[in-house]
Design a protein around this ligand. Structure first.
Ligand code: CA
Ligand code: CA
Ligand code: CA
Length: 252
């Protein structure tokens, strides 16, 4: 029944909101340093390129990928807090899904859950073309086809999905390293703090297989921000909730 579907989604939303807690992300010990001939210098440069246009003047970069990467733009400081990867031996991630609205907690970036998001391609520093998809365990949904910087979409993602990158070289890489033929992690994730009041993440991809990878993780960089429910939607949900109560009272 339609009303119940909407209400159960609403209840799930409240549950997730209740679970929401502090967003402490563990650091990843493995530093990512670019090598090889793939275009671009590295993830740090990709992030600077991606975000510098949002600010009046770029001043400098400090920090390290092993902890928190801090970019300072004029008077604005943005912290990129690395989310653990489950295949990292120093990781504290549980292997559970990362809650878009409240993560990462003990979660890692292999599987994600729950959120209407605005996704935007921030940087693409690679020779290959890319499609970005999500997979719910049985089927794919394309988020960006032929991803290009500035491209943007708003979608409900979840529950419990992995990301996938398909390249024009015919390769597919998942955010779950166990699904990758080369067995390595092709996606790193940061929580972005200081850019927006919205919960914001950035996912950054390596698009070459392990045997030829330059591991610069700047080949496709996508920002993912939680879209808050508009007040009108909340009012509508409250009304539906009230109708449900009335119906139950009549039945009693
Ligand atoms: Ca990862
Ligand atoms: Ca690369
Ligand atoms: Ca690159």
């Amino acid at each position: 029944m339609k009303v119940w579907n909407v209400r159960s989604k609403f209840a799930m939303g409240l549950l997730v909101a209740a679970i929401a807690g502090s967003a402490s992300a563990a650091s990843l010990k493995t530093a990512i340093s670019p090598v090889g001939s793939d275009p671009g210098l590295g993830l740090k440069e990709a992030l600077v390129n991606a975000y510098s246009s949002s600010f009046a003047g770029y001043i400098g970069v400090s920090g390290d990928l092993s902890t928190t990467l801090t970019l300072t733009f004029a008077s604005n400081q943005i912290d990129f807090v690395r989310v653990v990867d489950v295949d990292d031996t120093s990781a504290v991630g549980s292997g559970g899904p990362l809650l878009l609205k409240s993560g990462p907690g003990a979660a890692d970036d292999d599987y994600w859950k729950d959120g209407t998001v605005k996704a935007r391609v921030e940087a693409k520093i690679a020779g290959l073309g890319h499609d970005l998809l999500i997979n719910d365990g049985s089927s794919d949904t394309t988020i960006f086809a032929g991803a290009t910087p500035g491209q943007s979409t708003t979608q409900l993602l979840g529950p419990n999905f992995s990301w996938a990158l398909e390249t024009t070289a015919g390769k597919r890489f998942s955010s779950d390293p166990l699904l990758n033929k080369d067995g390595i992690d092709h996606m790193v994730t940061f929580e972005v703090i200081g850019l927006s009041s919205l919960k914001t993440w950035v996912i950054a991809w390596e698009d070459l297989p392990a045997y030829s990878s330059d591991t610069d993780y700047n080949d496709l960089v996508v920002q993912v921000s939680i879209v808050p429910l508009p007040a009108a939607v909340w009012a509508g949900l409250s009304l539906l909730s009230g109708l449900g109560v009335a119906r139950r009272m009549r039945r009693a």
